[in-house]
Design a protein. Structure first.
Length: 284
């Protein structure tokens, strides 16, 4: 069955009109987040099969709604889309049994870090449409952002990938796969940088004399609230920063340290460069 025949149209942003067979390979934190998003957007659980050797209670509960958990692959019939949400270390072993299920009309979406389109194409015998994607952990609450790059994907297949990935949040498309290493460094790893900010801000507050519990609460809510303000505001981050900063005030005193020659900007550039280099190493 061709992916272009599985949607009633492209205006709706939900998945109620998807009538094909979807196979999710790997249902850990990110795979489960995507699955929850799909079902929330109206995907019929009867159209979904999941391969997961250690299913959580939540995944097992979805099986009670019609989802097929760890079925015999030979009995699945035509697969219209496969989403690979497995660790890159087990990719070769996990993908090999899938190759016979994939034809030129199928779509395979991979959210594995480091595994290239060339790797996927070779592992799947080069027949199908491919999308390599990099989501991030806020996908767990539907507030992630995913960057995707296609290979041999037509308009209908890209639309299907868009709908599947947007269950976890915003989606951006690129055409140059080489950019995925920098994407990984900025948005894939980026949540850890933000969590580190909250962590060290709380530590600094405690060092300044605040009770540790209060320092943690202040840091947590300040980072979360500032992120939400950034999300909702039409202003960019620099403008929002300037709006908080009064000349000669307390914020300006702190920013003189954070924005100085040895401050946050060069440190962040170095951190992102290191993560980008590591991503390239993992890709081989």
């Amino acid at each position: 069955m061709n992916a272009s025949n599985n949607f009633a149209g492209t205006e709706t942003r939900d998945l109620r009109d998807f009538s094909g067979r979807l196979l999710l390979v790997g249902a850990g934190k990110m795979g489960c987040a995507l699955l929850e998003g799909w079902l929330r957007l109206g995907l019929d659980a009867n159209n979904v099969a999941v391969l997961e050797p250690l299913p959580s209670r939540q995944i097992s509960a979805f099986a009670q709604r019609g989802l097929r958990l760890n079925p015999d692959l030979h009995g699945l019939g035509t697969i219209d889309a496969i989403v690979l949400a497995i660790k890159p270390q087990v990719a070769a072993e996990a993908i090999a049994p899938l190759a016979p299920l994939v034809d030129a009309a199928a779509l395979v979406v991979s959210i594995m870090a480091g595994r290239t389109l060339q790797f996927l194409s070779t592992a799947l015998n080069g027949a199908c449409a491919l999308v390599r994607a990099m989501p991030n952990t806020p996908a767990a609450i539907g507030r992630g952002i995913t960057v995707a790059v296609p290979l041999r994907a037509g308009a209908a297949q890209r639309e299907l990938a868009q709908r599947l990935l947007s269950a976890a949040g915003a989606v951006e498309w690129i055409e140059d796969e080489a950019l995925m290493d920098a994407v990984t460094a900025v948005s894939g790893s980026g949540p850890a940088y933000v969590f580190l900010l909250a962590e060290v801000l709380a530590q600094a507050g405690a060092a300044a004399g605040l009770p540790p519990a209060l320092a943690q609460r202040l840091a947590r809510e300040t980072v979360a609230g500032s992120g939400e303000l950034l999300h909702r505001s039409p202003l960019d981050a620099a403008a929002l920063r300037e709006n908080v900063t009064s000349p000669g005030g307390t914020t300006a005193a702190a920013l003189d340290v954070l924005m100085g020659a040895g401050g946050l900007a060069p440190l962040m550039r170095h951190a992102v460069a290191a993560a980008t280099a590591r991503s390239r190493q993992l890709a081989g």
